[in-house]
Design a protein around this ligand. Structure first.
Ligand SMILES: [Zn+2]
Ligand SMILES: [Zn+2]
Length: 255
């Protein structure tokens, strides 16, 4: 049983008073077996286990736990980056927490996520100027009058949020490779160039830098790009690796 399978234990389709999983499941465990297995996975891969459970929405506690475990990990490993090593000891934990929080948000993103609409600043409408010909009541020449009206934002259809799915591949992660397709004369699919096959846009790392900037102005954008961003990317990678460890641990105890 892998982590994905566990989700249905938390969101059962039908009510079930026996404390056991639905019998239709191919890898059915009793309630107590299930709890034991999860406990084991949690002990062996705490970051990955909490990260995954927080991502799929099983519990907010898990999300908070994943961020705090990742913050701890960041604190232990940040001294290899000079710009982070030099931070004052009283602000270092705050910076690590910002980095861990953004890394976790990025890790949680999928093609099904939404983000605030940039076009309307998440308001759902934009102000537009319209010109209309109006004749003064007193007679005389008609003239162009400018009015400001609120119109529904086209980008998000008034919802204030837009999908994070990649625009080039619609979240599929695969796209037609133009050059290869032309060369071979048949459609050739490959990893989408825009999203590198992920299927969705990542959180721009400059947003994480802006949040860090609110804690301390000692990390310039140049320093961020050169040395801190790779460290931040490493934190996102850490969550992905830890998730696969948790998955492997769970597979092992339920095999
Ligand atoms: Zn909008
Ligand atoms: Zn794409």
């Amino acid at each position: 049983m892998g982590l994905e399978t566990t989700v249905k234990y938390h969101f059962p389709k039908g009510q079930n008073f026996s404390g056991t999983a639905p019998q239709t499941s191919p890898d059915t465990l009793t309630g107590t077996d299930y709890i034991a297995a999860m406990g084991m996975a949690m002990a062996r891969a705490p970051i990955g286990y909490s990260a995954f459970m927080g991502k799929v929405g099983v519990s907010e506690n898990d999300a908070a736990r994943a961020v705090s475990l990742l913050t701890e990990f960041a604190l232990q490993s940040c001294d290899k980056v000079a710009a982070l090593r030099k931070l004052d000891s009283d602000i270092k934990p705050a910076v690590m927490q910002v980095l861990a929080t953004y890394a976790y948000m990025d890790y949680c993103r999928s093609a099904a996520s939404v983000k605030p609409c940039e076009c309307c600043h998440a308001k759902g409408f934009i102000e537009a100027s319209v010109f209309s010909m109006k004749s003064p009541l007193s007679g005389g020449y008609a003239r162009n009058v400018k009015d400001t009206v609120r119109v529904l934002c086209k980008q998000c259809g008034g919802k204030g949020v837009v999908s994070t799915a990649c625009r080039d591949c619609n979240g599929r992660g695969r796209a037609v490779m133009k050059a290869e397709t032309e060369k071979q004369g048949v459609p050739v699919m490959g990893d989408c160039k825009r999203c590198c096959g992920r299927g969705y846009e990542r959180i721009p790392s400059t947003e994480a830098h802006n949040a860090v900037f609110e804690v301390t102005d000692s990390i310039s954008l140049h320093t961020w790009k050169k040395s801190v961003k790779p460290f931040y990317d490493g934190l996102i990678g850490k969550l992905e690796i830890e998730e696969s460890w948790a998955n492997a641990a769970l597979n092992k105890v339920t095999a």
